[in-house]
Design a protein around this ligand. Structure first.
Ligand code: PMP
Length: 461
């Protein structure tokens, strides 16, 4: 049912109501008040339209999540039918329903060998909070209650709830809320472009991994519960680890009996050209968390998947699991996620990303490497990052107070392209369905935005 035009609020009315009543996530409200909020009206394929009719190519798939693209009737239909037949029932107290069961089985099918048990939540943050509790419970069941410290990385992002924000290594997320909680430690990110200095990427990958072993030894392996990491750090700036990094991390976790948790919230469901980032990097995780592409953002759903000895211990515990959400495995969210995964399978989107459109996007992004502002282009599958620099040879950035990334992002928007700025790193993560023509358009619009940014900075492009 659509709202009749007569009752449809105007953009000006929406802006006024928004300014009066809506507290936005990750937004500077003073700055927003001065500028006026952008109202998004509708979406189709890889495009968004704002309330003034302007079309935007969504180079970010929303917040890295709309893997199958916008406007899928099938997903709307499944949501409608499920809502009609079973709008709600829970999965507590020895009850289940087909959407939750079928989705759990499907997730088991697409995750790496050894992953066994699926727990549902509604967001990446809830999945990561649940994961921290499962890690604690696992070590308690093992009779090793002193193994409690969680290690994660600088520049990592794992969500905003108390534990997930404590795992996150983006420092602005902490001081407003007296975080991190005790027992959450950080190690280096494998961010060669920023921190690699004179080392080769391979040498630097080993150095970044070594910071985990140093931290484990400092804390005592007997006190360390788990290492939590995104296969590729997304919100930190699409930080792709050198090839030496993950094998060394795996070795360190195995050696010190530290659980390895892969946060697949961005990498999962095809983004890197395999079902999961773990497949791309050969990681053998004990636990995986996932969200976003699991339903392509059409419904809020996430999962924690337990493998091997963690699944055996928690699944086999002779007592009630005292954890769960009202909406764990909600039938509508589960049915939509299942249909979304079927679309990914039927359209073979994972192979498409690996063999066709992923390499095509990477080639397109590489063609921007000649731009005077671009110090590095990196990417894998349909994830990409372009580093804006003052000096290409030394990889030095512009002074932070010039907000070059924000200038560039505003030019992208002005130009009809959604690209995200992480500091001065421009990142892209389009729907997996993006066509070659749309990739060409994305690259063309990005170049225009870089040219306009260079003009503003007085750099000749
Ligand atoms: N983990 C990762 C890797 C993420 O990128 C995100 C969201 N960007 C989260 C967790 C948190 O997910 P949510 O916003 O759904 O809580």
């Amino acid at each position: 049912m659509s709202i009749s035009n007569k009752h449809r609020p105007t953009t000006a009315e929406l802006r006024a109501l928004d300014a009066a009543h809506h507290l936005h996530p990750f937004t500077d409200h003073a700055a927003l008040g001065a500028k006026g909020v952008r109202v998004i009206d509708r979406a189709e394929g890889v495009y968004l339209w704002d309330s003034e009719g302007k079309r935007l190519l969504d180079g970010m798939a929303g917040l890295w999540c709309v893997n199958v693209g916008y406007g899928r009737e099938r997903l709307a239909q499944v949501a409608f039918e499920t809502m009609r037949d079973l709008p709600y029932y829970n999965t507590f107290f020895q009850t289940t329903h087909a959407p939750a069961v079928e989705l759990a089985a499907k997730i088991r099918e697409v995750t790496p060998e050894g992953m066994e048990l699926v727990f549902f939540a509604c967001s990446g943050s809830e999945a990561n909070d649940s994961m921290v509790k499962f890690v604690r419970y696992f070590w308690n069941l093992q009779g090793r209650p002193e193994k409690k410290i969680m290690i994660s990385r600088n520049s990592g992002y794992h969500g905003v709830t108390l534990a997930a924000a404590s795992l996150s290594g983006l420092t602005p997320m902490h001081p407003q809320f007296d975080l991190p909680l005790p027992g959450f430690e950080k190690v280096d990110a494998p961010y060669w472009f920023r921190d690699g200095g004179d080392l080769s990427p391979e040498e630097f990958g080993l150095k970044a991994a070594a910071s985990l072993e140093t931290k484990i030894l400092e804390l005592g392996a007997g006190n360390v519960a788990a290492f939590v990491a995104e296969p590729i750090q997304g919100a930190g700036g699409v930080i792709i680890p050198p090839a030496t990094y993950w094998p060394e991390i795996q070795r360190i976790c195995d050696k010190h009996d530290v659980l390895l948790v892969a946060d697949e919230v961005i990498c999962g469901f095809g983004r890197t050209g395999n079902w999961f980032g773990c497949d791309t990097f050969g990681i053998r995780p004990d636990i995986m968390t996932m969200a976003k592409g699991m339903s392509s953002g059409y419904q809020p759903i996430s999962a924690v998947v337990l493998g091997g000895r963690v699944a055996a211990a928690i699944g086999g515990a002779d007592e009630e699991l005292s954890h769960g959400f009202t909406y764990s495995g909600h039938p509508v969210t589960a049915a939509v996620a299942l249909e979304n995964i079927r679309i990914i399978e039927e359209e073979d989107l994972v192979t498409r990303v690996r063999e066709d459109i992923g390499p095509y996007l990477q080639q397109g992004l590489q063609s921007l490497a000649d731009h005077p502002l671009i110090g590095e282009v990196r990417g894998i599958g349909l994830l990409g990052a372009l580093e804006l620099v003052a000096d290409k040879a030394t990889r030095s950035r512009f002074p932070a107070d010039r907000s070059v990334g924000m200038i560039c992002r505003d030019h992208c928007f002005g130009n009809g392209l959604v690209m995200r700025a992480v500091g001065d790193t421009m990142v892209v993560s389009p729907p997996l369905t993006i066509s070659r023509e749309e990739v060409d358009e994305l690259v063309r619009l990005a170049r225009t935005a870089f040219d306009l940014t260079a003009r503003d900075l007085g750099v000749s492009a």
